[in-house]
Design a protein around this ligand. Structure first.
Ligand code: ARG
Length: 577
């Protein structure tokens, strides 16, 4: 049987074709796209296309809807039982029960739950996390790391070749102050033990001195020039800053289950910067102004962008231009996606505009997010707005351990610790991923670790509980029966659960296309809530043979959808909680 998944796309095409046939003068750009129905009594999917079409064509939307319905019914879609016109001109679509049962049965046996690989043959470069060397990650980098990694997993799952690149901030003016300050203030033992903390301390001291002492500032500039010229001693010390910082970052990445394909810091592009300037000059895109070299972006309604400073130094934008050009050439990607906080929106608009003028035609996407708000006292170690991510993760595991001990006192301590690790880290990730990236998120432990809300522990618990249904079944009945049992949708809640399962591919594809992991999180939460209703309202093991097997198979499909979906968000699902 052909499944027609993702169904939303397939049915949208079906209606679009019907609209084209029924309405020869349909203006371009009017879409008959469908969305999941808001309420079960409206069917499974809804389409509002006739409203816009009616307005554009000066016809009553209801007439338009009726005409489209007629045309659609002339070529019946195998997945549809009915199409109804409702209210002022909405189209309500209802899935065919037999088709739905057969489709769910098929995806229940499919590891990918029917998800296609639309990204096959395509490449995306994903620039995420990208913290600055010699500084602890701030909350913005945490969000970039967690959101970026979810986008990485989603795209790989959909068949894309993903080049995950950690674009470290390892170059720039702060290194002059660091090199100079290091010789004067560093404590080698502290540097060995906790390099980032020590470098941060050194930097602050050196910076403070530069504010009072002009000669110190001069000397720092000279250090930077010497570094950029490639002086071996400075280069070596700088390299040790980078290596030590990276080792610290690696600890966090390993803990979070994150790996990059490339770790190319800003310094990697250093030799290419003069070439960028030359190219801009050759194409007549840059001009001198006050000793600096600038690109005028008034055509794009953007402020001018300085690509070479008065002192001859390059800046962040120049490096990013070199980076775009290099990625464009090396990977020929379909898209380059950057994940950073909202404060870099202007930067990327400028960089993208200049890249366009330089002839880059790839899709360039800036995924930005708001900063996470931290109510006072949320984290036990807080310094200004810099959160020690490591401490945050420790605290998450600690708090999760208390919950696990309370819920499963009989579990061996080692397993308790392992479960607490998965639950604690999952809670922190999910608190971030379940929100629209662009909204202000306020983190609280209560919400992140809630066992009964939209949280990782809730979903992890749902997975574990569903798995226990299978165990109970296996204790009483021969499991082979499950393999051949047909899925039957006898109760309304069963049918709703099936219709939700069929939406798994849509949820994954929509989340990836919009670069919004919360689209998938919302879906998973909805699925688990439907499952709860199902579980509480229909008998399982006590149901008659046939129905019983069908229900257990549905359970297993839900468990697989939740497990696969959480994995795409980078969240583990322990078999017991
Ligand atoms: N290092 C930068 C920061 O901490 C983020 C870099 C983002 N990526 C890029 N290609 N500019 O703000």
């Amino acid at each position: 049987m052909k499944t027609y998944l993702p169904l939303k796309d397939d049915l949208s095409c079906h209606l679009q074709a019907a609209a084209k046939a029924a309405l020869p003068d349909l203006p371009a750009g009017i879409e008959f796209a469908i969305v999941p129905a808001g309420r079960p009594e409206f069917g499974d999917y809804q389409c509002n296309g006739a409203m816009a079409a009616g307005r554009a064509m000066g016809r009553p939307p209801r007439d338009v809807a009726c005409a489209v319905r007629e045309a659609a019914l002339a070529h019946p879609h195998p997945a549809l039982a009915s199409i109804e016109v409702a209210g002022p001109g909405f189209l309500n679509l209802r899935l065919d029960d037999a088709w739905l049962a057969a489709c769910v049965s098929q995806i229940a046996d499919d590891e990918r739950l029917g998800a296609p690989r639309p990204g096959a043959g395509r490449t995306i470069v994903l620039d995420y996390s990208s913290p600055n060397v010699a500084k602890p990650m701030h909350i913005g980098h945490i969000r970039s790391t967690v959101i970026g990694n979810a986008l990485d997993r989603l795209h790989r799952f959909l068949g894309y070749r993903v080049i995950a690149d950690n674009h470290l901030g390892d170059w720039g003016t702060q290194f002059g102050l660091l090199l100079l300050g290091f010789r004067e203030f560093a404590d080698p033992t502290a540097y060995e033990a906790s390099p980032i903390e020590e470098l941060e301390r050194v930097y602050v001291l050196s910076y403070q001195r530069s504010q009072q002492d002009e000669r110190w500032m001069e000397a720092a500039r000279a250090e930077l020039v010497a570094l950029q010229r490639g002086d071996p001693g400075r280069r070596e010390l700088w390299q040790s800053f980078v290596d030590h910082s990276l080792r610290e970052f690696e600890k966090i990445y390993r803990r979070l289950g994150i790996r990059f394909d490339l770790v190319r810091g800003e310094s990697w592009y250093n030799d290419r910067l003069p070439g960028v300037i030359e190219r801009l000059a050759r194409m007549g895109l840059a001009r001198e102004s006050d000793g600096a070299l600038i690109v005028d972006l008034s055509e794009e309604h953007l402020p001018v962008c300085i690509v070479r400073k008065r002192d001859g130094g390059f800046n962040y934008a120049t490096t990013d231009l070199a980076t775009v050009l290099s990625r464009d050439e090396e990977f020929a990607p379909d898209a380059i996606v950057y994940v950073t906080d909202e404060r870099q929106q202007l930067h990327f608009r400028q960089v993208f505009a200049i890249a366009r003028r330089l002839g880059v035609t790839r899709r360039l996407v800036h995924v930005w997010f708001g900063l996470m708000r931290l109510p006072e006292g949320t984290f036990s170690t807080r310094q200004g707005n810099v959160i020690k991510l490591e401490r945050l993760l420790d605290e998450a595991e600690q708090r999760a351990l208390e919950i696990v001990r309370k819920n499963s006192p009989d579990m061996p301590p080692e397993q308790q610790a392992e479960v607490a690790r998965a639950v604690g880290l999952g809670a922190v990730k999910y608190a971030d991923l379940s929100q629209n990236p662009q909204s202000v998120v306020t983190f609280t432990w209560e919400k992140a670790l809630a066992m009964d809300g939209n949280s990782a522990p809730y979903l992890q618990y749902a997975c574990a509980r569903i798995a226990s249904v299978l165990d109970k079944y296996a204790a009483q009945f021969p499991v082979e029966r499950l393999a051949t049992a047909a899925i039957r949708l006898s109760e309304p809640v069963e049918r709703r659960l099936a219709a939700a399962l069929v939406r798994f591919p849509e949820a994954v594809m929509d989340a990836a296309a919009a670069c919004r992991p919360n689209v998938l999180a919302d879906y998973l939460f909805e699925l688990s809530q439907l499952y709860s209703t199902f579980y509480q309202n229909v008998p399982f093991l006590k149901a008659p043979e046939g129905i019983r097997e069908s229900r257990v198979r549905l359970c297993m499909a839900v468990a697989r959808a939740l497990r696969t979906g959480l994995d795409l968000l980078g969240i583990e699902t322990p078999s017991r909680i």
